[in-house]
Design a binder for this molecule. Structure first.
Ligand code: ZN
Length: 138
């Protein structure tokens, strides 16, 4: 088993950061040839998924999340806490905090047009996110 913390710096709400190369690097470092990579983001206003890293679909994803958790809804979280990021928590919970990708022959088994991404969903911009990368196998 190999574990590594990936640090991801984001600038603003809606940022989608391509982590694929960082994850590939961790797989190489682990020496594991066949197994699984598990990624978990330790924050309640960021999320992980895969997507084609292409401007059009990235914009489509941001818009889809805005339809699910619109900016102008009265969020109970904002009323209770006043930090203004109720929509961020909801979007993060819908997309989810974790991702598992198979490793075969020392390579990440992602499709050619399938990148591993972190979604920055917080309204409070500019932060460092921690992603725990755990690689198991042999
Ligand atoms: Zn909050």
């Amino acid at each position: 088993m190999y574990r590594k913390e990936l640090r991801v710096t984001t600038a603003r709400e809606g940022d989608i950061i391509d982590l694929t190369e960082e994850v590939r690097k961790a797989v190489r470092e682990s020496g594991i040839r066949d197994g699984l990579v598990h990624l978990f983001v330790q924050h309640s206003t960021a999320a992980l998924t895969t997507i084609e890293f292409e401007k059009g679909v990235l914009a489509d994803m941001q818009r889809a999340l805005s339809v699910l958790a619109p900016d102008d809804l009265p969020y109970a979280h904002n009323t209770r806490w006043g930090d203004g990021n109720g929509r961020s928590h909801v979007k993060a919970a819908l997309v989810g905090p974790s991702l598992t990708v198979p490793v075969g022959n020392g390579e990440l088994l992602c499709g050619t047009w399938q990148q591993v991404v972190l979604l920055e969903l917080d309204t409070n911009a500019g932060r460092t996110r921690t992603v725990t990368c755990t690689i198991t196998g042999e």
